[in-house]
Design a protein around this ligand. Structure first.
Ligand SMILES: *Cc1c(COP(=O)(O)O)cnc(C)c1O
Length: 444
């Protein structure tokens, strides 16, 4: 906990902090946001994302073999982008307002292999590490057909190595499933928030799951300690990993293609709004970074956090980044949105977001369930609570003084009728039926 004096001083400098400390739903507009085109931030540019995309293409023939559900897409792990017009009408009725523009859902909830946005960054990082090891050993070259990686020879080779990660659940699933399939020894350190079925599923695949009574930060710390003891062990650092971040950023290239195929224009007269659920920051940060490189001033990215785990908004607002945790303000970090139950944000991501993120809003748990159920009823799409966090962004932007202020600040009022809004649904398809049924009932 911070001292009362310290908290008072921070509130004086950042008035919105007071509502956040009271766990009220809040909208924060980023004062450092620079609505312009970008080519590079913190040394990262489009070439880095293209490099990641090419790596995923090299691995695709292998993935298509070991994960046959990806065969129709030839081993490329991607999710649909869907227009959800029925949901749009229902939201308009629910909130008694009209939503300008088109409403789309990015269904990372239905990404193959691990059913969440973590199938982007998490799997990418495992593949990159495997490639580094195998090329260094001289058993793989970048020009090979990577389908050879499905052979026992490679699984035996990777079995000498360990991969370790700390997670609230979904990162563990992605890293665990992919690493175990490739032959690695995997250790997933799970925080108290992690759902039982995620731990059971991982154990069934031969993954070592270590459970903690404490939150995500503790699971990461213990994972890091375990990994440091062993030179053959690799720690996936969710808080600082550039490679994880670039894996997520590839989503932007894919999304651009999908928008084009749907004849949806994003330009000076057709703004794009994207609402992304945020935990430690890597997933939404990577996607936002990629989109900003591609669309510049024409895309507006907002993060969504639970009212009880608002680590990124506190970190960015105070500019203290990972030097503060929500617990410093006596916020409990207890939320049903397990994928977002993070008390301390990534410093690396916060810094990259400083000038490109439009803002952050916070969401109460019961609101997540309401949207989850509404989406199931109107579109027959089932997502997990964390993944519904983006929906309230529509209300903030369309019908609140805070949203209006943002729209005015960048001269978008006349253009809103041409706008496109993408709610990023970050997880859900692996949730067992009975668990999903209980989510659905809660939303009713
Ligand atoms: C992990 C996760 C997020 C957020 O990703 P971060 O990289 O932790 O910010 C959002 N939604 C779901 C379902 C997740 O599992």
């Amino acid at each position: 906990m911070f001292s009362k004096e310290k908290i008072d001083e921070l509130i004086k400098n950042h008035p919105k902090l007071s509502a956040i400390i009271n766990t009220e739903e809040t909208f924060w507009q980023n004062p450092l946001y620079n609505n312009s085109d970008i080519t590079e931030i913190e040394g990262l540019k489009i070439d880095n994302i293209l490099d990641a995309e090419n790596r995923l293409k090299r691995f695709a023939p292998y993935i298509a073999i070991d994960f046959p559900e990806t065969a129709p897409e030839r081993g490329i792990i991607e999710s649909p982008l869907k227009e959800i017009s029925n949901m749009k009408i229902s939201i308009e009725n629910l909130l008694d307002m009209s939503l300008e523009g088109k409403l789309l859902l990015k269904c990372d909830s239905h990404l193959p292999i691990s059913g969440s946005i973590k199938a982007r960054g998490g799997i990418y990082e495992v593949l990159k590490h495997a490639e580094d090891l195998a090329t260094k050993e001289g058993i793989l070259s970048l020009n090979d057909d990577y389908s050879i990686l499905a052979q026992d020879k490679f699984k035996n080779f990777f079995s000498q190595y360990k991969i370790v990660v700390g997670s609230t659940g979904n990162l563990g699933l992605s890293i665990g499933i992919m690493s175990a399939m490739m032959g690695f020894k995997v250790f997933v350190h799970m925080s108290a928030d992690a759902r039982q079925w995620k731990k059971d599923l991982l154990r069934s695949k031969g993954v070592n799951v270590i459970e903690y009574e404490a939150d995500y930060s503790k699971a990461v710390e213990e994972g890091r300690k375990q990994s440091e003891k062993d030179p053959n062990s690799y720690f996936v650092d969710d808080e600082n990993s550039v490679s994880l971040f670039l894996g997520y950023a590839v989503a932007a290239l894919r999304l651009k293609k999908q928008l084009k195929e749907m004849n949806i224009i994003v330009d000076n007269n057709h703004p794009l709004f994207v609402y992304l659920p945020c935990g430690v920051g890597g997933g939404p940060g990577g996607v936002a970074f990629g989109l900003k490189l591609l669309y510049g001033a024409n895309v507006h990215c907002f993060f969504a956090e639970p009212t009880h785990a608002p680590c990124m908004v506190i970190g960015m607002m105070t500019r203290l980044h990972n030097e503060v945790s929500v617990q410093d303000f006596d916020i409990d970090n207890l939320t049903e949105a397990d994928g977002l139950a993070v008390g301390r944000a990534s410093r690396f991501v916060g810094k990259v977001m400083d000038s490109i993120l439009s803002g952050i809003f916070t969401v109460q748990d019961d609101v997540l369930y309401r949207y989850l159920t509404l989406l199931a009823d109107t579109e027959n799409i089932y997502i997990e609570p964390s993944a519904a966090a983006g929906f309230p962004g529509l209300k903030w932007i369309n019908s609140t003084p805070e949203g209006k202020k943002y729209i005015e600040s960048i001269n978008l009022i006349e253009k809103m009728k041409n706008s496109t809004h993408i709610v990023w649904a970050t997880g859900g398809s692996m949730v067992p039926r009975d668990v999903m049924q209980s989510y659905y009932k809660k939303g009713r």
